[in-house]
Design a protein around this ligand. Sequence first.
Ligand SMILES: Cc1cc2nc3c(=O)[nH]c(=O)nc-3n(C[C@H](O)[C@H](O)[C@H](O)COP(=O)(O)OP(=O)(O)OC[C@H]3O[C@@H](n4cnc5c(N)ncnc54)[C@H](O)[C@@H]3O)c2cc1C
Length: 319
Amino acid sequence: MCVLDVTGVYRHLAHRAEQAGATIVTAANVIAPIRDGKAVAGCVYRHNGVDCEIRSSLVIDAGGYKAAFSKAAGLHPGFERFGVGAEQEFIAPRCRQDEALLIVGSRYAPAGYGWVFPWGSSRVRVGVGILHADSTANPRKHLATFLKDAGDVGVDLRGATVVEDHFGLIPSDGLPDRLVHDGIIAVGDAAGQPSLVVGEGIRLSILAGQMAGSVAAEAVTKRSFKASHLQSYETEFRKRYALELRIGYMVNRRMAQWADDEWDDKVRLAAEFPASLMAELLQSQFSVGRILGFLATRPLMWPRAIRYAVKGALQLLGA
Ligand SMILES: Cc1cc2nc3c(=O)[nH]c(=O)nc-3n(C[C@H](O)[C@H](O)[C@H](O)COP(=O)(O)OP(=O)(O)OC[C@H]3O[C@@H](n4cnc5c(N)ncnc54)[C@H](O)[C@@H]3O)c2cc1C
């Protein structure tokens, strides 16, 4: 899983882009696409109260969960189901740095989960994410409860100080029908790419960004920005990730409905899994070989595994 110093990464990427000749405009709000027929041909943005234009052969929408640019450009209709997350970063000198914690159940995260992610130098992020549409609970309220109880689940926040506050949304509808059109590519949350078992978006946004960057560079070389030339990004992304994202989406929909006793049962089951397999499943990586290898050593789990496999296959086929 991926925990980032967001500002640091933005600065690092901006520095590399400037070194490669890019112009970075900060505090600019993109407000509309520029069209040339059906193709996207740039954008209008507001900067210091002034509307400005950038004409370009290709726009990459990396604008996050609102997908406002992709919607306005007619690429896809945006998203309706979101995970809503509240998170605080602490300097917590007593908190363990060698253990990440996920917590489930109605007290802390109805239709979602809570987390404690340490990430070095006494820093730790504690948060709660709740799937809206499946629950209307307020993640900030549940985070407060979780922080109050943290000591009961072995998270030592004594002497901790809050250094950052994060609140935001993550699209939880799965991939839209299209990720490219003439003059436009969507990546990251704007393309519905987070893996939904635990609402993890950074890793796939970075991978998709790299793929989009390669295809964009090729398009510049060939001077062709038609959807047919940009399609290789979408084809490659879907080939690598669409199935696992689809399964992750189905798992996410089911988990959002589990009551506490069902969670107790599933957590007991998960405790049987080797840590490496568990880590893969949390990343929506469902390797049939690895799962079968594990099940081969657990005959008592076969009836349940077969039930899940049949249900899952029927859902995938019906989808
Ligand atoms: C509380 C919380 C905690 C999370 N924790 C994790 C985690 O630990 N690990 C993980 O993998 N994922 C996590 N996620 C999900 C992760 O943050 C996202 O999936 C990821 O940031 C998506 O990256 P992105 O670049 O596509 O979009 P974003 O990171 O949302 O970036 C979009 C950028 O576009 C800018 N923008 C939007 N509209 C405009 C506009 N009109 N004009 C100009 N700029 C615009 C925004 O200001 C923003 O800077 C978390 C989400 C939340 C809400």
